[in-house]
Design a protein around this ligand. Structure first.
Ligand code: SF4
Length: 297
């Protein structure tokens, strides 16, 4: 199985690279009313924004601050500017978007971009502009799909369809961008069979990476309220069941697609369920042991 760091090593040979999250003040069309309101029912954006980028500071300044976290340990480290919060291709004029991305790419030691976005917020002119930037430094587009099931997409208030995902991925890939897909395991109404179908559907697309995590119920989200009121069918994963599922997913994902991760990293104080109390590396160790058992049994 090719790991995500092997994948990055292939793209950046001989260089250690680290993501730095950037909050460029984007909003989300599923919150501001242009596509929907209220957002996806599980979403709490502060759950995935590190503290060093929770400001309206210029992108270059956020990157310098982010680098302080890593540069002391690895002075030769290079960086990928990760436009992570909200929808990072939305609500700006094309030239303004390009200027932001170029500001990141012009920051010392930044060797590439990761752009997190929705599948329906990738107009062709933005894809073409990203394709041009990709000629000088690798550009990775991380598309939030979450599931391949349109009924679930409606239930979680995503306001896009699976067809939108297929279309966005195809166009991004045709433009030569490194394309990754994000899925959530255990969305309301989805059993193990549906989760595996989501993975299979994702793997039929021209993606390079798959990023998954189990559904977390975060405080003060619509999902939390609906769950407490018994209005959604959600059973938070137990650790054992989730590890079993991950083993099955590793088995069926083709070699050419790299699984970037299986675990969400929300601050524990925001998580209502499930509460496993594990760090990413601890989960990875457990999964590796399971995979080892799986191959020797
Ligand atoms: S998950 Fe993404 S698309 Fe959904 S509300 Fe949050 S920022 Fe918007």
């Amino acid at each position: 199985m090719i790991t995500y760091s092997d994948y990055l090593n292939k793209i950046f040979p001989g260089v250690k690279v680290q993501k730095i999250s950037v909050n460029a003040g984007f909003s989300c069309p599923n919150r501001d009313g242009s596509i929907g309101t209220g957002g996806c029912i599980y979403c709490r954006n502060d759950s995935f924004s590190p503290s060093y980028c929770m400001t309206g500071d210029p992108v270059g300044m956020q990157i310098s601050r982010g680098k302080e976290f890593f540069a002391r340990k690895y002075p030769a480290m290079k960086y990928l500017a990760y436009f992570q919060s909200y929808t990072n291709t939305y609500g700006r004029h094309l030239n303004a978007l390009r200027a932001l991305y170029e500001e990141a790419l012009n920051s010392p030691d930044v060797v590439g971009l990761i752009i997190g976005t929705r599948p329906d917020t990738l107009p062709q002119n933005v894809i073409e502009m990203l394709g041009q930037l990709n000629q000088t430094a690798p550009v990775f587009v991380e598309i939030g799909a979450e599931t391949s099931c349109d009924e679930t997409l409606r239930l979680i208030n995503r306001h896009h369809t699976w067809q939108d995902v297929c279309d966005g991925v195809r166009r991004a890939s045709e433009a030569g961008l490194h394309c990754g897909l994000h899925l959530i395991a255990g969305l309301p109404g989805e059993n193990r069979g549906q989760i595996l179908r989501n993975v299979d559907e994702a793997c039929r697309l021209p993606i390079e990476t798959l990023k998954m995590h189990h559904l977390q119920i975060l405080r003060d989200t619509p999902l939390s309220r609906l769950w407490h009121e018994g209005k959604v069918e959600v059973t938070p994963f137990g650790l054992d069941d989730y590890l079993d599922l991950c083993v099955e997913i590793v088995r069926r994902v083709p070699e050419h697609i790299v699984i970037e991760r299986f675990l969400a990293q929300s601050p524990p104080s925001l998580v209502e369920a499930p509460k496993w109390g594990l760090k990413n590396y601890q989960f990875t160790n457990l999964l590796q042991n399971r995979l080892l058992q799986d191959t020797t049994s």
